[in-house]
Design a protein around this ligand. Structure first.
Ligand SMILES: [Zn+2]
Length: 62
């Protein structure tokens, strides 16, 4: 799955704060994500994140 820095991921599961959108801050073996709702950041292994992505939103592609 092609996930890039700057993408906003719509997740299948909601974060406890109620948002299901995550901004990608870093990609690689592990992803660094920031919750759009509450601003919390976390590291997630690629294998885990790929299963929970519902949609990739890429605004900066023209
Ligand atoms: Zn949150």
């Amino acid at each position: 799955m092609d996930v890039r820095v700057g993408d906003v991921l719509t997740m299948k599961k909601q974060h406890p704060c109620g948002s299901n959108e995550m901004l990608v801050l870093r990609s690689g073996m592990d992803f660094r994500l920031r919750c759009v709702g509450c601003g919390r950041e976390f590291m997630v292994p690629r294998s885990k994140i790929e299963k929970s992505i519902k949609r990739i939103n890429r605004e900066n592609e023209r």
